[in-house]
Design a protein around this ligand. Sequence first.
Ligand code: NA7
Length: 553
Amino acid sequence: MTSKHQPPRKSGAVEHYDAVIIGAGVSGMYAVHHLREMGLSVRVYDGASDVGGTWWYNRYPGARVDGPGSPFYCYTFSEELMQEWDWEETQSDQASVLAYLEHVADRFDLRRDIQFETWVQDARYDEAAQRWTVETSTGVRASAQFLICAVGALSTANMPDIPGIHDFAGECYHTGRWPHEPVSFEGKRVAVIGTGSSGIQSIPEIAKEAAHVTVLQRTPQYSFPARNRPITPDEMAEARANWDAVRAKMNANLSGFPFDMHTRSALEDTPEQRRVLYEELWQRGGFKFFLDLYVDIAISEEANRSLADFVRDKIREIVRDPETAEKLMPDYFVITKRPILDDGYFETFNRDNVSLVDLREDPIERFTPTSVVTRTGEHPIDMLVLATGFDAISGSMLRLNPKGRGGMSLKERWKDRFHNYLGLTIAGFPNLFMIHGPGSPGVFYNMPLGAERQLNWLGEFMRHLRERGLGAVEPTTDSEEAWANEVTGLANATLFPRTDSWWTGANIEGKPRYFSVYLGGMLYYQRIAEVAAKDYEGFSFEAEHRAEDAEAS
Ligand code: NA7
């Protein structure tokens, strides 16, 4: 299918732009808008057939925003956009978020600079020309001074390598690659591998329709009630009326949402007082649970244990069969895997058509064309749902595998560690910029707002280069090392690195194991502003090559 939005392009021709942007998700969309406003010529390539990125791909049943939610998971760059868009629920479903992004694309006429159904197959830096050349799956080639990688932190699907999985003859879907056509579970025996957000959101929905659901669980999860509800017209009107103040609060808040920050330690309260707070937050539900918690839940083992015990008690209370409840019992620090919001997940195990296999004691041995075989027996199935997550944060950059100075590939450069400076740039890869890459606050921050803030900073950086006749910029390896120490120092002050999670890369075999997210949240934007104020400290610059120099070399 050729995208309806695109004029035909001539195969083999080289097109010239100021910036090539890879990805038309939340970040890439703002990149087009912002850089175009600055007067740059831009071109975006995306493999999907429309905008939305992660929200275009993740169409599985039950997919919803599971962060602090609407109306604050949104762009902030346009007052009019906020005034005209009505969010309907606190935890917007995938279709609503995608409808919003489609509206943004229409409103700001973004699609005219986006080429869909086009994968960037190769991106190479040309040292003489100080430009990037990209080759695409449609044969179009482009050259640009700047390469913006808006490739998504959760977009490279993790496909489990289990003996016989390719022989399975029934329907098989990864949640992050869900079909656009309706999927029917009616009368089917469905196995779901994975109990992260995608599994926990989809399992209750699948169970409502399927004949039987077998949940194949490798790690039990702490999950919290989403308590999704309609946003009232009054709430929407209030957010609009106070938009300037709301936006200021979002920018000042550690995680980018308009809420007050809490400073109380769990250890200042008695166990009874803690339980009262946890119960109140549990009943209210939503992601605000985590924002209104004690400040040291992810820092102090004792504080953490108090919440972990509370959630374990809730699981025992909800799940009627004690054996199943024990299998669902997480035994690591709570919230050190990405917190999950659910709509009746634990209750689903009280249904007659749902069973749980604990893969730690009963691992999958293989698939046959009609079943999954675990150590203790065979489970005949008609459908397999892979809710197995992503090669997160760094995975999509590695899939792109750009080649920098001297043809060095990113896979080579990132063999042992995801070297970067400010989560934005990589030594040896001049003029390449990452949005939500490793070393940035990315997935620990309100992502649309984070993309805006990174891109606003980058826009100024590009202006700085152009005004001074600078052709190329990259960080020094010393500044990369100092940044890595800063990122690791923040992480090591918490319990996060002590749990296996996609934040640490532990979900992907052979991946370097360390916590690669900058945990300072909003402080990051102060840090990058300081770097800019010090004449872009930590970077090395190259003057623009004159055309005749480039030709001679
Ligand atoms: P996650 O959170 O990475 O969850 C993936 C799940 O799949 C998790 O339970 C994994 O167990 C499990 N998994 C992965 N590979 C296997 C194999 N080979 N065998 C058995 N189980 C496996 O991905 P999601 O898509 O749910 O969520 C990603 C983010 O999207 C989410 O955090 C939100 O930010 C939105 P594990 O825990 O690794 O033992």
